[in-house]
Design a protein around this ligand. Sequence first.
Ligand SMILES: *Cc1c(COP(=O)(O)O)cnc(C)c1O
Length: 385
Amino acid sequence: MTQRSVPMLDLATEFNLFADEVRSVVNTVLESQQFINGPAIAALEKQLADRTGARDAIAVNSGTDALLVALMALDLKPGDEVIVPAFTFFATAGAVWRLGGKPVFVDIDEKTFNIDPAAVESAITERTRAIMPVHLYGQCADMDAIQAIAARRNIAVIEDAAQAINATYNGRQACTMGALACMSFYPTKNLGGFGEGGMVFANDERLGTLVRQLRHHGESERYIHERVGGNFRLDTMKAAILLVKLHYLDEFTRRRQAIAARYDELLGRSIVSTPQVVEGCGHVYHQYTIQTERRDDLRAFLQSQGVSSAVYYPVPLHLQPCFAPLGYRRGDLPVSERVCGRVLSLPCHPMLEDDDIEYVASCVLAFGESAPAPAGAASVARQTM
Ligand SMILES: *Cc1c(COP(=O)(O)O)cnc(C)c1O
């Protein structure tokens, strides 16, 4: 096949699909001069609550702050423990730490990359306040098992659904299962905004009210502050743009799923393991992530063929320098540590063409047929990336 250039994302091409609509809603906001709490905020909250079936949706300024404000609503106290997977984006654990809480890292299931319920069960102590499963890469964690563990002990579940808008689990939507759930509209997410943005979903009325108050400095009525919150508000302009992009979400989700199905077919018998979908789960493929022992060599080879790829994530959270005070050692969470060296995400965005998919897969297959690269080849190739 002739060489092609296949990027991980193509937001510029995507923008062409709705550029006019975006310009028009931006103009409307400009003319209204209502940059804070304009009508687009309530409209976005309502549409996302309606389409997921969550009880309430509260727009905030990032996925990270969605996690932070959700934990603030639980009234997390210093020393309180929150169980999180060791294999996720940093923000999941960072939010716990910022409130003085103690992230308790547990291992994942190698097949799904999601938190292992048995590991959750053994990590529970008297100080456990919450469990934060992450729906990694767009597939829901094993929520039935996790919720059963939490319900027996009155522990809150907060879904980190930043990568999982539209994902389903046994007929339920992501964001409807935990007491609270957090979404990110970071530009590269499946519903990516134009700048930072996030949403807290509340399935508990009291917690939803608290999140609303905390978003605006803990104000319960005008200038009365029941508790200390922050300024966690989303801008009207960003909400208006997200409402435009929301029209494309279902179509884009189906396209990601079709791309993944085609990769599955093409790579099914190759040297890499393809993602596994659990029965009853609707995966939305925020990432299409394969595993191979020869990850770094494969990545360098793909780059040499014009194919971008990415490693989410190269270092498990329990081994991050900032969490050294927690005393974790290499070997403590072996599955998370192993997959950090094996995962590779391939381009899987809605603008990918069929020929791109074939080309990417043909490069992976060609790599598999080549002899293992001599030691040092990958590092040489990497310098040219
Ligand atoms: C992106 C992401 C976040 C943080 O969202 P931001 O909007 O970037 O702050 C949190 N958790 C996970 C799993 C994410 O992928």
